[in-house]
Design a protein around this ligand. Structure first.
Ligand code: RTP
Ligand code: MG
Length: 137
């Protein structure tokens, strides 16, 4: 089942020079490929759409501040069961709870600064790809 997913490498991943390491893990999975990629400092309007489900939660404002603190990388990854697959590579939200071997488990300590976002369902992937790559069909 070929799918597409929206992946963000968050500002901490870019600042810490982990982009190559993280992209390398994604590219190394059999049959997966990056089909779109852009690096830019995200604006609040874009992030408000992306994180609409979290509006009003206590972590929302600090999350927004963090996410605008420097450039991120947005990409679309395509391949076999890639939606679940990138979530598995990433590990759970809390990096301390994440198993070593996962991206968050290997490199993270702080819940907010957990390096990567990946769409959590086909519906989320469709919605999120439109936010970050509006020109793509
Ligand atoms: P993401 O959406 O970024 O892939 O992460 P997720 O599904 O694992 O986590 P989610 O619950 O959707 O939360 C989105 C992002 O908000 C930050 N967060 N901070 N208690 C906190 O301080 C807290 N909880 C969540 C994280 O950056 C999380 O990835
Ligand atoms: Mg989420």
């Amino acid at each position: 089942m070929t799918q597409r997913t929206l992946v963000l490498l968050k500002p901490d991943a870019v600042r810490r020079g982990l982009v190559g390491e993280i992209i390398g893990r994604i590219e190394a999975k059999a049959g997966w490929s990056i089909t779109a990629l852009e690096m830019r400092t995200l604006d609040r309007e874009t992030l408000a759409r992306h994180y609409a489900e979290h509006e009003g939660r206590p972590f929302y404002e600090p999350l927004m501040e963090f996410m605008v603190s420097g450039p991120s990388i947005a990409m679309i990854v395509e391949g076999e069961r890639v939606i679940e697959g990138v979530r598995t590579l990433s590990g759970p939200t809390d990096p301390i709870a994440a198993t070593p071997g996962s991206i968050r488990g290997d490199f993270g300590t702080i819940v907010r600064e957990n390096l990567i976002h990946a769409s959590d369902s086909e519906a989320s992937a469709e919605r999120e790809m439109k936010i970050f790559f509006p020109g793509l069909s």
